[in-house]
Design a protein around this ligand. Structure first.
Ligand code: FAD
Length: 503
């Protein structure tokens, strides 16, 4: 029987199932499962129907080995590694079978991925330490003795769709106009109870401009300041929550030898199991004096722990790839649904001759059609090589990632030639990211879409079923969508686990 201590609330349909035991499928606890029959019954009674079937199937298909650990961390991205490091170094969970990190991929780092091509380190995911002052990633890079370099992405140049360069004076004017307009949108957003998208309020309140070039530049500023940052369209971004996150001050730093050095520094000495995609996570409630546990199931193993830190990316959580039993609390599920999932595509091109004139960091050819804007980054910090990175966000990122790479390279070359002249040659190296089609990310990073905001992320900071703790960039209400936000959320989850297990 489940005791009063059972923390799970049953939905109506589950209660119906519970009341009419005859209609419940007759399934015995899977062989070798650590739960005894009473615990299993308790779990079955508590688990929502769908999860119950899924978990049962997963177990039935497994002839699995079982391992015990105090804490299991799911995911070896920066948040998972930060959490595990903190448990081991700060909270004394040292030694064998204390902390095990389970990673689906055959590498660590998650959305920090340095692909080394002919000695050239290309960051397919995170590239910048945003704001060097007080940023914990600056400190990690220093401790790991990783070289960093200051960049200035405000050194940019913009061209009309025909290839005619726009003067710096016009660009500076468009920056000032953008500031006024976005302030107006924020002001209007603050005056109404209901949320709306930035685009909706922009169309309603920002004075229309007649001049086509001014209009194009206004679109560029929206793209550059909002969409390139959130990896989402202004039609989706919440006007109320936009810019409600925090930022560190100081320089924008890159790591010329690759961001991968940061997770590489954190992983040292940790018990990380790669190629272990987690399929299901089962929480067994405390029964009487017997404390509860968490069972984390992969295709080949089952890990039983006192607590679990889940750092699955938002895209993976949204897709329901990992089954939870009992299902996650309704507030957690609602938060996962409400948060927006940004999309980001990068195409690195190495040339044998210079493409960008010196002094320019970012170049953009104004899009001929709405929604097709991309930009180019002069990645001249990458060894003494000539590397350009084309970046796209939102629907355009999806489109470019899906279409044949050769077509995307043609598009990039066409735009580069319009901006820098026909002398732009063929690239000698081409490497593209695939964050949206990668099953272990299924998107780039979270953003606050209409009707979500810091409070939505805060929901995910609460434990679920006492023993499940969440971390990851999407859990950060201060620094969402960033490496530092993800890392700090991992530290916070480790603190919470320590509080639970050392009381
Ligand atoms: C293109 C791009 C550019 C970016 N640029 C920057 C930048 O310049 N600066 C910045 O600060 N941030 C940037 N970000 C954001 C930053 O990369 C992320 O916020 C951060 O790395 C996320 O860390 P995380 O630990 O939350 O998630 P992840 O790094 O995604 O870690 C989660 C881990 O879980 C694993 N996993 C998934 N499914 C399973 C499963 N079933 N079982 C076990 N493991 C699983 C994944 O493989 C992954 O390793 C960028 C992101 C992208 C995509």
């Amino acid at each position: 029987m489940c005791t009063e201590a059972n923390p799970f609330r049953l939905s109506v349909i589950d209660q119906q199932m519970t009341n009419d035991l005859s209609k419940r499928p007759t399934v015995a606890p899977p062989e070798g499962l650590l739960l005894n029959r009473r615990d299993w019954t308790c779990l079955v009674l508590a688990a929502p129907v769908a999860s119950w079937y899924a978990v049962n199937e997963a177990h039935a298909a497994n002839s699995v080995t079982e391992e015990r650990a105090r804490v299991v961390v799911v995911g070896a991205g920066i948040s998972g590694l930060g959490a595990a490091r903190s448990l081991v170094d700060q909270h004394g969970f040292r030694g064998a079978r204390q902390v095990i990190v389970l990673e689906a991929a055959d590498r660590i780092g998650g959305r920090i991925q340095t692909s080394v091509q002919r000695g050239l380190p290309l960051d397919l995911g995170a590239q910048w330490i945003h704001g060097s002052k007080g940023n914990p990633i600056t400190e990690l890079a220093r401790r790991a003795r990783l070289e960093t370099r200051v960049t200035n992405i405000e050194r940019q140049r913009v061209w009309q769709p025909s290839g005619v360069a726009i003067s710096n004076t016009q660009i500076e004017r468009s920056v000032r106009t953008f500031q006024q307009n976005i302030n107006l949108v924020k002001l209007r957003a603050g005056r109404t109870a209901a949320d709306a998208s930035i685009e909706e309020l922009w169309q309603r309140y920002v004075p229309k401009v007649r001049d086509q070039r001014d209009q194009d530049l206004a679109e560029w500023q929206k793209f550059w300041n909002i969409e390139a940052e959130t990896a989402a369209s202004c039609r989706q971004v919440s006007a109320k929550s936009y810019d409600e996150d925090e930022a560190f001050e100081g320089d924008e730093l890159v790591l010329p030898k690759g961001y991968g050095g940061v997770p590489g520094f954190l992983e040292r000495g940790l018990d990380i199991r790669k190629s272990q995609p987690v399929q299901s996570i089962l929480v067994t409630p405390s029964v009487g004096k017997k404390p509860g546990s968490v069972t984390v199931v992969t295709p080949s193993r089952r890990f039983v722990a006192d607590a679990c830190i889940v750092t699955l990316p938002l895209g993976v959580l949204k897709a329901g790839q990992v089954k939870f039993a009992p299902e996650l609390p309704a507030a957690h599920t609602a938060a996962i649904t409400s948060l927006g999932l940004g999309r980001f595509y990068k195409l690195f091109l190495e040339f044998s001759a210079d493409v960008f004139p010196s002094g320019i960091m970012v170049a953009g050819l104004l899009a001929a059609k709405p929604g097709e804007q991309v930009y180019f980054l002069n990645a001249n910090w990458l060894l003494p090589r000539r590397v350009v990175c084309m970046m796209a966000v939102g629907d355009e990122a999806d489109r470019l990632e899906k279409q044949a790479e050769v077509t995307t390279v043609e598009l990039a070359l066409k735009q580069l030639k319009l901006m820098f002249g026909s002398s732009v040659g063929k690239p000698v190296t081409v490497v593209a990211s695939n964050w949206m089609s990668n099953n272990f990310s299924l998107g780039a990073y979270s953003f606050w879409q209409v009707d979500s905001g810091p409070a939505t992320s805060e929901v995910l900071q609460r434990p679920a079923h006492q023993r499940l703790f969440f971390a990851g960039e999407h859990v950060s209400s201060e620094y969402p969508g960033s490496v530092h936000g993800a890392y700090l959320s991992g530290i916070a989850a480790a603190d919470a686990v320590k509080d639970l297990l050392t009381v």
